[in-house]
Design a protein around this ligand. Structure first.
Ligand code: ATP
Length: 139
């Protein structure tokens, strides 16, 4: 069965949306293999966002991700990687479809980084890599 690394980003935790986001994941029928509230470190984020290094939003993105705790989790279920990305909606919350986490709960705050509430792995390869970064004991 497939696994995906999901994060409720600091904006989601700060706004008290962790429960609502967990509710949507569980209502969809995915199960939780691990959940932990924790503050990221520069090392974790450098590994997690390695593909974005050098992009203009990289510095602000790392700063935002260090701005408060994240709810890190590993979810499990048939095709949950694709399924969670569908639940999350488009990266830009302004245009994310209503019914999605970002579309219903997010908006553009006019900041350097899209504060878009959640992260979800985008492929089996990314999921394995990201689970190894955040939950080494599960990898
Ligand atoms: P995630 O990987 O967080 O689920 P995603 O795959 O839709 O979302 P990526 O392209 O991997 O987005 O970018 C990672 C994160 O960097 C985004 O979720 C967002 O917070 C931020 N980001 C991406 N593109 C931009 C941009 N053009 N301007 C500002 N922030 C951005």
């Amino acid at each position: 069965v497939q696994r995906s690394l999901v994060l409720v980003k600091p904006d989601g935790v700060r706004r008290g949306l962790s429960g609502e986001i967990l509710r949507r994941i569980e209502a969809k029928g995915y199960t939780l293999a691990a959940v932990e509230l924790r503050t990221a470190t520069s090392e974790i984020l450098a590994a997690h966002y390695a593909e974005h290094e050098g992009k203009p939003f990289y510095g602000p993105l790392v700063e935002f991700m260090l701005s408060g705790p994240v709810l890190a989790m590993v979810i499990e279920g048939q095709r949950c990687i694709e399924g969670f990305r569908s639940l999350a909606g488009a990266t830009d919350p302004t245009v994310a479809a209503p019914g999605t986490i970002r579309g219903d709960l997010g908006r553009d705050w006019g900041l350097a980084v899209q504060q878009n509430l959640v992260h979800g792995s985008d492929s089996e390869e990314s999921a394995a890599r990201e689970i190894g970064i955040w939950f080494a004991d599960l990898a």
